[in-house]
Design a protein around this ligand. Structure first.
Ligand SMILES: O=P(O)(O)O[C@@H]1[C@@H](OP(=O)(O)O)[C@H](OP(=O)(O)O)[C@H](O)[C@H](OP(=O)(O)O)[C@H]1OP(=O)(O)O
Ligand SMILES: Nc1ncnc2c1ncn2[C@@H]1O[C@H](COP(=O)(O)OP(=O)(O)OP(=O)(O)O)[C@@H](O)[C@H]1O
Length: 437
C-alpha cells in the first residue's frame, strides 16, 4: 500500500461497531480500521498503538497466536481520510452515527481482510465467512453475587430483556452463549439456530466479502453448498449440525487452513466439552479470568482508584493505561491466589477483569472455502478461524460495568416474566442441559 497515493475510490464501506469503522480495499484483501469517538470528544483521540500492543502482546498469548491478526498502525494522508469519511457517511447505519470517525490523527489500523481469505486455487463457490460475537459463556460463582438469579440466567439472556425494554432491539434473541460454549452438540446446534433466527449484532454472514444480512431462508440457501457435501439430505437441520461440527473442531492447529472432519466423525470422541485447542475453548478460558464478577471486583477497583489518588505516579508503574507489554501480561498471570490486601493484588485482578471483558466482547470470523478435488470425490473444504476486536477496555469503564449490571438484573427481575417465553425454552434457566428439539 503506497501511503502517499491513497485514493478513497479504492476503498469501500465494510462495517462498523461501537468504536471503529472498517473499509475494505476493492482489489486487495486488506481493510483499514478507523477509530471513532463521540462527536463531543474530538480533543481526546484514542491511543491506536495501545490496541495493537494489547492484541499482540496480551490477548494473543492468552487466546493463541494462530487466531490473531493484530495489524499495524498506518499514518494516512489527512485529505484521504476526510474524503473517505464523506464517501462512506451515507452507508453508515443511523444508529451508529452518534460517533464520528477520527479524521484528525490520520492513524488507522491496517489488517488482512478476513472476509476475503487467500485462495490457493480457483474455486466454483466463493468463500463464505461467518462472524459470531459469542459474548459471555459462563455464569458467575454464587460466592460473589448479591442476586441469586445471576447464577441461573446468564448475562446475555438477562441483557436481552433490558435491550428490548429500552428499544435497542425489537425482538428478543433466544441465543444463549452457554449453549454455544457448552461443547454439547445439541446445545450448540440450538445456539446456532437462534443466532440465525435473530442475528442482532451477534451473527453476520459475508459472501464475496460483503455483508449479506440475509433472512433465515436465504442464509440457509447460501450455507448449503458449503456444508452439505457428504450426503444429499439438504435441510436446515443438517446445515446447522455441520456448522456446530465446524465450530467444535476449529483449532487451525498450525495456523493454516485444515480440512473439516468427515460428517460421520464423532463430535465428542469420548468426552464432553470443547476441545482444548478450539477457538471457543480459548475464548471461554480467557473470559473466565473474571473470577470475581463485577460485584466482587468493584471493591478492588475502588482500592486501586484510591491508591492512584494518593500516589498519582503509581499509575505508570502499575501500567493502568499500558504499555501493554510482557510486564503487563506477567502482572495478571502472577496474581496471588488470595487477597493479601496489597495494591498489586487489586491491580492484577482489575487487569484480569479487563482482559476478560475484551474476551467477552470479541468476535470470531470463520472463513470457509470449497476446494475442488479431481475425480468423483465430494468437494473438500478448507476453513480458518480468527478472532477480531481485541481492544483493551479502559480502566475507568469499570464503574459503568457495575451500573449496567445492576440495571440489567433489576430490569430482568421486574420484567423477565412479562416477555413471551421462547418457543421451546419453557423455563428461563441457562443451566438447563438439554432442550427439546
Ligand atoms: O456491555 P455489553 O455487554 O453490552 O457490551 C458492549 C457491546 O454491546 P452488546 O451487548 O454486545 O451489543 C457494544 O456493542 P454494540 O455497540 O452494541 O454493537 C460494544 O462492543 C461495547 O464495547 P466498546 O464500549 O465499544 O468497547 C461493549 O461494551 P463493554 O461491556 O465490552 O465495554
Ligand atoms: N480484519 C477484518 N476483516 C474483515 N472484516 C473486519 C475486520 N475487522 C473488522 N471487520 C468487520 O468490521 C466490523 C466492525 O469491526 P470491530 O468489531 O472491530 O468494531 P468495533 O467498533 O471495535 O466493535 P464493538 O462494537 O464490538 O466495539 C466487524 O464486526 C467485522 O464485521
Amino acid at each position: 500500500m503506497e501511503l502517499d497515493k491513497m485514493d478513497e475510490n479504492d476503498w469501500k464501506y465494510h462495517g462498523e461497531g461501537n468504536k471503529s469503522l472498517v473499509v475494505s480495499h476493492v482489489q486487495h484483501p486488506r481493510v483499514l480500521r478507523l477509530l471513532k469517538y463521540p462527536a463531543e470528544d474530538s480533543e481526546n483521540p484514542p491511543q491506536i498503538q495501545n490496541i495493537v500492543d494489547f492484541s499482540s502482546n496480551v490477548m494473543s498469548s492468552l487466546l493463541g497466536e494462530k487466531f490473531i491478526h493484530s495489524g499495524e498502525v498506518v499514518k494516512l494522508p489527512l485529505e484521504f481520510v476526510r474524503q473517505l469519511s464523506i464517501k462512506v457517511q451515507h452507508q453508515r447505519p443511523a444508529w451508529r452515527c452518534d460517533k464520528v470517525m477520527d479524521i484528525y490523527s490520520g492513524c488507522a489500523l491496517c489488517l488482512p481482510n478476513l472476509t476475503s481469505p487467500a485462495l490457493h486455487q480457483p474455486t466454483h463457490t466463493p468463500p463464505l465467512c461467518i462472524e459470531i460475537k459469542p459474548k459471555c459463556g459462563f455464569l458467575p460463582s454464587p460466592k460473589h453475587v448479591s442476586k441469586d438469579i445471576k447464577t441461573k440466567v446468564c448475562r446475555y439472556c438477562m441483557h436481552q430483556h433490558y435491550k428490548v425494554a429500552n428499544g435497542k432491539w425489537k425482538r428478543r434473541s433466544f441465543y444463549c452463549p452457554l449453549d454455544l460454549f457448552s461443547g454439547n452438540r445439541q446445545r450448540m446446534h440450538f445456539a446456532i439456530k437462534h443466532l440465525i433466527e435473530e442475528p442482532q449484532n451477534n451473527f453476520k454472514v459475508f459472501k464475496e466479502g460483503s455483508d449479506e444480512s440475509p433472512d433465515m431462508n436465504s442464509l440457509l440457501h447460501h450455507l448449503r453448498p458449503y456444508f452439505l457435501h457428504a450426503n444429499n439430505r439438504i435441510n436446515s437441520h443438517v446445515t446447522r449440525f455441520a456448522m456446530v461440527r465446524t465450530f467444535l473442531f476449529f483449532s487451525g492447529a498450525d495456523g493454516t487452513d485444515c480440512d473439516l472432519p468427515p460428517l460421520n466423525t464423532s463430535v465428542f470422541p469420548g468426552s464432553r466439552g470443547l476441545p482444548s485447542d478450539s477457538v471457543l475453548f480459548r475464548i471461554l478460558q480467557t473470559q473466565m479470568l473474571d473470577t470475581l464478577d463485577i460485584e466482587g471486583l468493584y471493591p478492588l477497583y475502588r482500592q486501586v482508584e484510591q491508591h492512584l489518588q494518593d500516589f498519582p505516579k503509581e499509575r505508570t508503574r502499575l501500567q493502568i493505561e499500558g504499555p501493554y507489554n510482557e510486564a503487563f501480561l506477567e502482572k495478571l498471570q502472577k496474581c496471588p491466589a488470595e487477597d493479601d490486601g496489597s495494591v498489586e493484588y487489586a491491580v492484577a485482578k482489575v487487569h484480569q477483569y479487563r482482559v476478560a471483558m475484551t474476551a467477552k466482547d470479541c468476535s470470531i470470523m470463520v472463513a470457509l472455502v470449497q476446494r475442488q478435488l479431481r475425480d468423483f470425490r465430494p468437494p473438500a473444504f478448507s476453513y480458518s478461524a480468527s478472532i477480531l476486536d481485541l481492544d483493551p477496555k479502559p480502566f475507568d469503564s469499570i464503574p459503568r460495568q457495575l451500573r449496567l449490571d445492576q440495571k440489567i438484573v433489576t430490569c430482568y427481575l421486574r420484567t423477565g416474566g412479562a416477555l413471551p417465553k421462547g418457543p421451546v425454552r419453557e423455563k428461563e434457566d441457562c443451566t438447563l442441559l438439554f432442550h427439546p428439539m
